[in-house]
Design a protein around this ligand. Structure first.
Ligand code: TRP
Length: 352
């Protein structure tokens, strides 16, 4: 937490400096420093090269899935011919999970005018709404863009931003949970109510449990530091925990895994990355595809296509069954052959 605070302050400091000296607005993120052209002198920066397109990227926080998305986004941009520092300048900013950081990063991008801004995860898309007056915005992995209020028409985005969406397959994940652990009667759900993506998923889960006559107990957290206590007390009351693709939970997923193993009860999750971090299983998309598609949308915008002519792409069709077999073993749970033999089955090991 201390570290997060400190990095937040550094980020704000960097923005202030950027405001003072827009020509040399080199920014730094928590994860990587930006490559500037070290062989060239200050006066020949990206900003003075008129052909150099500027792409600003804001990632909500560092967790496995958002990192996967950003990396595949960057790789795909390269495939499309955008070479950072040559014909494009990519400025990456990590908001360290803090809304006030999002605001200051957005202001920085407003000042140092970008050709397109990419917002990874729901709170970033929401925080970037004010940018759309001046800059096209492409969001990435926003679970429910309408619920989040960033547009009202998925086919003709009407608020200056379009992008990719990762709709969570609540019914399919819960069906899988009941297939693996059929004796489940009481389901626990942990989420951050400040994340509209999780609010949408809770609504879907409530509908599911009602239909199946299951009981539901929910616990809300506001930071990932609350996860351990929340999980430990919830496991005393429920047969399993379900977490959807909540960024606050994902950030501390390994902690939830160790609580599950202590309690000897399963955690079913809303993303492949959370299975990699020890969750028992999910049914979901491959997020590298989503990262690539985000890059294709950025390419279209840089080539002049208006945002409202680029429909939102919802990733919901090409689904895989991810199961962590190390976690299954630690919990003493047998994965049915019907699942293991499914051609969409992907075995995940904890230590990879
Ligand atoms: N869909 C999330 C959002 O709307 C972001 C996200 C993508 C995510 N992959 C994830 C969250 C994996 C948790 C785990 O903000």
């Amino acid at each position: 937490m201390n570290l997060i605070k400190k990095l937040g302050i550094i980020a704000i400091g960097a923005m202030l400096m950027a405001g003072c000296t827009p020509k040399s607005a080199t920014t730094q993120s928590g994860t990587e420093s930006l490559t500037t052209e070290s062989s060239k002198t200050e006066s020949v920066t990206a900003d003075t090269n008129k052909d150099m397109k500027k792409i600003g990227v804001i990632q909500l926080v560092e967790h496995k899935s958002l990192d996967i998305i950003y990396n595949s986004f960057k790789d795909e941009l390269k495939n499309l011919g955008y070479v950072d520092g040559e014909n494009v300048k990519i400025t990456f900013q990590n908001a360290q999970g803090d809304m006030s950081n999002i605001t200051s990063i957005v202001q920085g991008f407003e000042g140092d005018k970008q050709d397109v801004v990419v917002g990874i995860a729901t709170p970033v898309a929401q925080g970037a709404m004010s940018l759309t007056k001046t800059t096209p915005v492409v969001f990435s992995a926003v679970t429910d863009p309408i619920g989040a209020g960033v547009l009202t028409d998925m086919n003709a985005p009407d608020k200056g931003m379009t992008g990719t969406s990762d709709a969570v397959q609540i019914d399919k994940i819960m069906d899988l949970a009941l297939e693996i652990t059929p004796n489940v009667k009481k389901v626990g759900f942990i989420y951050n109510p400040g994340e509209d993506n999780s609010v949408t998923n809770l609504g879907l889960l409530e509908k599911y449990v009602k239909e199946k006559n299951l009981e539901l107990e929910t616990v809300s957290i506001s930071t990932s530091a609350d996860l351990q206590t929340a999980a430990a007390s919830l496991f005393e009351k429920v047969d399993m925990i379900f977490v959807s693709n909540d960024n606050t939970v994902a950030e501390a997923m390994p902690i939830l895994t160790s609580e599950a193993i202590k309690a000897k009860k399963p955690v079913y999750v809303g993303a492949d990355s959370m299975v990699m971090d020890g969750g028992l299983a999910t049914v979901g998309i491959d997020y590298t595809d989503l990262g690539k598609e985000t890059a294709k949308m950025v390419d279209e915008i840089l080539k002049g296509k208006p945002v409202n002519e680029i429909p939102v792409k919802v990733f919901k069709d090409d689904l895989f069954i991810y199961v962590n077999t190390d976690t299954a073993k630690a919990l003493g749970i047998e994965i049915p052959d019907s699942i293991k033999n499914d051609k969409k089955f992907v075995e995940i090991k904890s230590n990879k």
